[in-house]
Design a protein around this ligand. Structure first.
Ligand SMILES: [Zn+2]
Ligand SMILES: [Zn+2]
Length: 162
C-alpha cells in the first residue's frame, strides 16, 4: 500500500507526523531525538514525537526547541549557592519548595537539571544546594556513581545583597 506524502504528494510516505498524523515521506520528515526535551519536568504532549511533517515542525517543534534552548542557556548562567554557603545567602528568600533530582549519572548534568527547572519556574538562582552521590553496583557487575541533589529556587535581584 502506498500513501502520498502530505508535503510533496509523492507516494512512499512510510512515516507519520506525530502531530497531525498525516503520512510523510522520509525526505520531507523532520526528526527530533527521543529525549530532546528531557530536562523538562513534563514534556508537552505535542513535542513528544520524533517524526514531524514540515509545517508541524515549523509551527510546533521549532518554537518549543528554541525556547528550550533559551532556557538551557539561562540555566547555565544562574547563580548556584551550596548549602555550605548559607551564611552568604542567608538574606535570600527561601519560601519556594526545593527542587529535587532523585537520580542522575553525572554531577554536571545534575546541576544543570536543577538549574533548568529553576529557570522554568522563573527563578535565577538556587540556594542551599546539596549534592550527594553513592556508588551503585547493579547485579555486582560494574560500578557507577549515582548522583542526587536538591536546592531551593529563588530570585536574586542584585548582587548587592551579597
Ligand atoms: Zn514528501
Ligand atoms: Zn504534521
Amino acid at each position: 500500500m502506498e500513501t502520498n506524502c502530505c508535503v510533496c504528494q509523492k507516494p512512499k510516505a512510510n512515516l507519520q507526523c506525530g502531530v497531525c498524523k498525516e503520512p510523510v515521506c522520509k525526505k520531507c520528515a523532520q526528526f527530533l531525538d527521543e529525549g530532546t526535551f528531557s530536562f523538562m519536568k513534563v514534556v508537552p504532549e505535542n513535542v513528544r514525537h520524533t517524526v514531524y511533517c514540515g509545517p508541524c515542525y515549523d509551527q510546533v517543534a521549532a518554537p518549543a526547541l528554541a525556547s528550550y534552548e533559551a532556557d538551557m542557556k539561562k540555566a547555565k548562567a544562574i547563580s548556584i549557592f551550596m548549602k555550605e554557603d548559607s551564611k552568604i545567602t542567608q538574606r535570600f528568600s527561601r519560601k519556594e519548595n526545593a527542587i529535587e533530582i532523585p537520580e542522575c549519572d553525572d554531577r554536571e548534568e545534575l546541576i544543570m537539571r536543577l538549574a533548568f527547572l529553576a529557570v522554568q519556574g522563573g527563578f535565577n538562582a538556587l540556594v542551599d544546594v546539596e549534592i550527594k552521590h553513592e556508588k551503585v553496583k547493579p547485579g555486582g557487575k560494574y560500578q557507577y556513581t549515582k548522583w542526587s541533589g536538591k536546592g531551593i529556587p529563588t530570585l536574586v535581584t542584585s548582587s548587592r545583597h551579597l
